[in-house]
Design a protein around this ligand. Structure first.
Ligand code: PEP
Ligand code: MN
Length: 262
């Protein structure tokens, strides 16, 4: 942490049109890049609704090896094209240290998924490239473990880390995970890094995205990551939790309104 006059200075850095850590970051887009048309349609929709970064997985960490694994390099190319067309910076997940260099040639931000939060060799590898890193909290990681993983990236030379709470595993099965909003408020007090919330993977349910998004804002988050798909029922991954472009547009109006209350 950079300490000035006894006060930890917040980490702020520029991505596209915004200063992360200062301006509110909204990352939106589909779970996976599925085709050129799908990601282009999603990109235009989330841009029009006010998102400031486009997401889309090309290398997917799927629970089953028989599930759709992502389009790989072709997916990166489609994502990059959609980002350029809309002027949105792009973020995508890296699951293998061997892919870090390739992905960093396309992506503006590298995402470390929940399942890899303690993949230390991957953390060190993304710490060596000059692109900001979004670090998801592991589904069974304590706040301290999460912050230590961020230290791995920073210690390897990359200070631009964004923390993302995406729900933890509990005994509850009604929701996909349990969104830990107390961790968001706590992390804001424990670290100089920006902290964002992913209500999509946290809940796994479209009907819970709105209440958890608005609550996350009041918990003090610096941004959001929300899955949006042109046709969620046809999605190749996470179809239960992706918003339609219309749902996202309406939610963004409420996000802007809620931000004026804090
Ligand atoms: C994702 O954001 O694409 C993803 C796989 O999320 P998580 O790592 O939080 O499960
Ligand atoms: Mn997903």
């Amino acid at each position: 942490a950079k300490k000035q006059n006894g006060i930890y200075r917040k980490t702020e850095f520029r991505i596209g049109d915004i200063t992360v850590g200062k301006d509110f970051l909204v990352i939106a887009g589909p779970c996976s890049v599925e085709s050129e048309e799908q990601i282009m349609t999603a990109a235009k929709a989330v841009k029009a609704a006010g998102a400031n970064m486009l997401r889309g997985g090309a290398y997917k960490p799927r629970t089953s090896p028989y599930s759709f694994q992502g389009l790989g390099r072709v997916g990166l190319q489609y994502l990059s094209k959609a980002g350029k067309e809309t002027g949105l910076p792009i973020i995508t997940e890296v699951i293998d240290p061997r892919d870090v260099y390739l992905i960093s040639e396309y992506a503006d931000v590298l995402q470390i998924g929940a399942r890899n939060m303690q993949n230390f060799s991957l953390l060190i590898e993304v710490g060596k490239v000059g692109k900001p890193v979004l670090l998801k909290r592991g589904m069974n990681a304590t706040i301290e473990e999460w912050l230590n993983s961020a230290e791995y990236i920073m210690n390897a030379g990359n200070p631009n880390v964004i923390l993302c709470e995406r729900g933890i595993r509990t005994f509850e099965t009604y929701t996909r995970n349990t969104l830990d909003l107390s961790a968001v408020a706590a992390a804001k007090g424990l670290t100089h890094l920006p902290v964002i919330v992913d209500p999509s993977h946290a809940t796994g349910r479209v009907d819970l995205i709105r209440p958890m998004t608005l609550s996350a804002i009041m918990a003090g988050c610096d941004g959001l990551m929300i899955e949006v798909h042109p046709s969620p029922s046809h999605a190749l991954s996470d179809k239960e939790q992706q918003l339609t472009p219309d749902q996202f547009k309406n939610l963004m109006e409420e996000v802007r309104e809620t931000l004026t209350f804090r």
